[in-house]
Design a protein around this ligand. Structure first.
Ligand SMILES: Nc1nc2c(c(=O)[nH]1)N[C@H]1C(S)=C(S)[C@@H](COP(=O)(O)OP(=O)(O)OC[C@H]3O[C@@H](n4cnc5c(=O)[nH]c(N)nc54)[C@H](O)[C@@H]3O)O[C@H]1N2
Ligand SMILES: Nc1nc2c(c(=O)[nH]1)N[C@H]1C(S)=C(S)[C@@H](COP(=O)(O)OP(=O)(O)OC[C@H]3O[C@@H](n4cnc5c(=O)[nH]c(N)nc54)[C@H](O)[C@@H]3O)O[C@H]1N2
Ligand code: SF4
Ligand SMILES: [Mo]
Length: 688
């Protein structure tokens, strides 16, 4: 049997066809607009049966033994009753807000995120915390502050594509297919990346930027486009506000003064700006290479402004504004007691820019556990995340998850985080779960993530765990649903669509015609109804009204730059097409002997540090040290190393986040320095 669903083995959410025989997943294939011979195939999806039926899957709930020596198996009743008892006890002792629910990215960045929010709100805690400050949500906030929503690059129809800190060939295959297609139709390609990726090799212009300095480049490009009058006067005149302020601030960042700081040449910067501004339509694909820097918010605001300046916003082949699905908000946030602030209260605009995305600055959870600031957190439920490996400053994060009085982890595997838990609840995989994911509701058309096989072992889908906890806590009225379908239908009611109908439209259901240039009929969803080059709201909150109007927030010598003691810049990457973040190193068909757990070092640096290919290298930052095998390579510049990401579950000595810091955070989004940071190298020992 062939069934339609959406893959959630990574956040790309590819629509797929699953082949199922006797309720067993046999194989799965991505759908694509390209002819079969041109389609990109995904090794993770090819390994889906190995993942789903891995002997390491957690099959029953596990409870830590009384003497602390490992876990014992338990039934769901016992495990859930224990979780409810702990929730109740901590609420009695230190208040409901001392309980937090921490969400990772995998599998269910969707409507099911709404379920824990609903549960926590009726329970009385504002602390459902996502990881958006380091993933794309900080960027989404920047787009939203500028023109009211996150724009989607329509690269397939673009004549010029700027890929800025994104590596779609490894991380988003649908987008990569669009880029290849546009390229075949003759589109120009500019890639801005400190690493020579496969896309960089194909580019007309590749800007090998100094890591973390994209904001300066964006401001210099804005300046060039304004100074040379290459902007779209009609669009800027009618649909934007704050142009003069932007012109004034951008003039402080001419290419001539920015080139050296960004490791680029004046010509390169001007050429890229001109090519982008004069080739229409053009789209900008911005990515996670811009995230995880403290300046992410201003950098990606400046990039958002480039789209508007050039009039590429909401045009075919440009960057299109979404037509979101009007689902019901089921968060019940009004049930929280008045004035109860979340632990992320220092980031009020980021907490509230979206009606349903909620609180994102994960680091605040660590402060609350370790320093009881702004107030203590005593119990954490981790759902679909592996914070001990994926959050900044792993040493501090591990300390917090060791200290917290009760830790519950909902996962498919025994991750490094799960190993610290008091209770582990086994989760069903994305192929065993029907849900609305974010991808399916952020824009038309809608797709259903459909359970194509039953849950493996005695695992439960995330939704069922949350609903059942809700009922056991006395909230049967708020969680009346006995199935995912019932809950989704309730949420979809305002749209007139049902799960049944979505199942009949496995290739997507559009509930509104595709429209471009919507701003001609309706205002942008910003306070002024215009694209905001200057934001009054941000200025009132003490943030720069125009990006970088207060200069760079970092002083030159900080954790994010080279220093005498730590002369190298470490780059967190690459995302390997075989793995998602910390996942799948336990799948032998994907692991292939650990290949890929390497640090890329330029030959000049290798000579300087007396390192050769295959050496085990000690990489040190002011926060800690890790070990990784050297690969000598010219894909990085001298002075920078690229360190493989996500290997902390496989080998804790290779956990990149041992090197990163969370001491200083971006003012708007609480983002810490995890993408590029100071470090130094030393030979650990010669490999045999
Ligand atoms: N230094 C550095 N740090 C980073 C990054 C980086 O590039 N460099 N990337 C950052 C980014 S962008 C992100 S999004 C985060 C990711 O951070 P996390 O979300 O913590 O990362 P994952 O490794 O994807 O962990 C997901 C966990 O969810 C489990 N899981 C998978 N599917 C399901 C499911 O259906 N239900 C349940 N309950 N569990 C499931 C997996 O087994 C895994 O243990 O890491 C961030 N941290
Ligand atoms: N295979 C696979 N797919 C994934 C994931 C995965 O782990 N594996 N994770 C998923 C998640 S959670 C996310 S958020 C997305 C992320 O997917 P992407 O946005 O593609 O992120 P990365 O591949 O981490 O980094 C993109 C590029 O940014 C570059 N870069 C690094 N630092 C800088 C910088 O300072 N400036 C610029 N301009 N570029 C820089 C890197 O060299 C890299 O080529 O992928 C999702 N898809
Ligand atoms: S890129 Fe691969 S793992 Fe990610 S959603 Fe698509 S098919 Fe799944
Ligand atoms: Mo992410």
């Amino acid at each position: 049997m062939i069934l339609d669903t959406v893959c959630r083995l990574c956040s790309s959410c590819c629509p797929i066809e699953a082949e199922v025989v006797d309720n067993r997943l046999i194989a799965a294939r991505r759908k694509s607009f390209l002819a079969p011979e041109k389609r990109l195939s995904c090794p993770k999806l090819a390994a889906a049966p190995d993942i789903v039926y891995s002997p390491q899957r957690l099959m029953t709930p596990l409870i830590r033994k009384d003497d602390g020596s490992g876990f014992r198996g338990a039934g769901w009743d016992e495990a859930l009753d224990l979780v409810v008892a702990r929730l109740t006890r901590h609420r009695e002792e230190t208040g409901a807000r001392s309980i937090a629910w921490l969400r990772g990215m995998a599998a269910d960045w969707g409507a099911p995120w709404d379920y824990p929010n609903r549960l926590m709100h009726v329970f009385g805690s504002p602390n459902t915390i996502g990881n958006g400050s380091i993933c794309f949500v900080a960027r989404d906030f920047a787009h939203s502050c500028t023109y009211g929503a996150m724009a989607f690059p329509e690269a397939k129809n673009a004549r010029c594509i700027l890929i800025w800190g994104k590596n779609d060939g490894n991380t988003a295959l649908g987008a990569a297919e669009s880029i290849h297609y546009a390229r075949e139709q003759g589109a120009a390609l500019v890639v801005i990346d400190p690493v020579e990726t496969a896309l960089a090799r194909k580019a007309d212009i590749w800007l090998q930027i100094k890591p973390g300095h994209d904001g300066l480049l964006a401001m210099a490009m804005i300046n060039e486009i304004i100074a040379e009058r290459l902007f779209d006067e009609e669009f800027v005149g009618h649909y934007t506000t704050g142009f003069d302020r932007l012109r004034e601030i951008a003039a402080r960042y001419p290419a001539e003064s920015v080139a050296e700081k960004t490791w680029l040449t004046v010509d390169q910067i001007k050429q890229a700006a001109r090519l982008y501004a004069t080739t229409k339509p053009a789209s900008i694909i911005d990515g996670n290479g811009l995230d995880m820097h403290r300046e992410v918010f201003d950098t990606t605001r400046a990039i958002a402004m480039l789209r508007a300046l050039t009039g590429n916003l909401d045009k075919p082949g440009g960057d299109v504004l979404p037509q979101p699905i009007p689902v019901r908000n089921i968060h019940l946030k009004d049930r929280l007691p008045d004035g109860m602030a979340p632990i992320t209260r220092d980031y009020p605009l980021f907490n509230t820019f979206s009606d349903t995305w909620g609180n994102q600055v994960q680091g605040c959870l660590i402060d609350a556990i370790l320093e009881e600031s702004p107030y203590p957190v005593k119990m954490v439920v981790v759902q679909t995340g592996n914070p001990v490996v994926t959050m900044a400053d792993s040493t501090r994060t591990r300390e917090a998850f060791t200290k917290v009085e009760t830790l519950v982890v909902i996962d498919m595997f025994l991750s490094e985080t799960a190993k610290l838990a008091d209770v582990i609840l086994p989760a069903a995989s994305c192929f065993e779960t029907t849900q609305l994911n974010r991808f399916s509701i952020r824009n038309n058309p809608m797709f259903l993530q459909n359970a194509v096989i039953p849950p493996v072992g005695d695992s439960w889908p995330n939704w069922r765990i949350v609903f059942e906890l809700g009922r056991r806590l006395g909230f049967a009225a708020e969680f009346p649903w006995q199935s995912a379908e019932e809950a989704i239908d309730y949420q979809l009611e305002p749209t007139g669509v049902t799960v049944e109908k979505l199942r009949q439209h496995g290739n997507g259901l559009r509930i509104e015609e595709l429209r471009y240039e919507k701003y001609r009929e309706e205002p942008f969803k910003t306070p002024t109804g215009k694209v905001e080059f200057f934001s009054e709201r941000l200025a009132k909150a003490g943030l720069p009204g125009v990006p970088f109007e207060h200069g760079l927030i970092d002083n030159p010598i900080s954790f994010a730059d080279q220093s005498d003691e730590y002369p190298m810049l470490g780059i967190s990457g690459s995302r390997d097409i075989r793995f998602t973040n910390s996942q799948f190193r336990n799948i032998p068909s994907l692991l292939r002997g650990g290949t890929g757990c390497v640090v890329d070092i330029h030959p000049d640096d290798a000579r300087g540090y007396d390192l050769t290919e295959g050496d085990l290298v000690l990489i040190e930052s002011p926060k800690g040290a890790i070990e990784m095998t050297a690969r000598i390579s010219i894909i990085v510049r001298p002075g920078t190393v690229r360190i493989a990401w996500g290997w902390g579950d496989y080998d804790s000595r290779a956990n990149l986040n041992t090197l990163t810091e969370d001491d200083r955070r971006g003012l708007a989004t609480g983002t810490s320095t995890m993408r590029s940071f100071m470090c130094r190298l030393r030979r650990a020992r010669q490999e045999e």
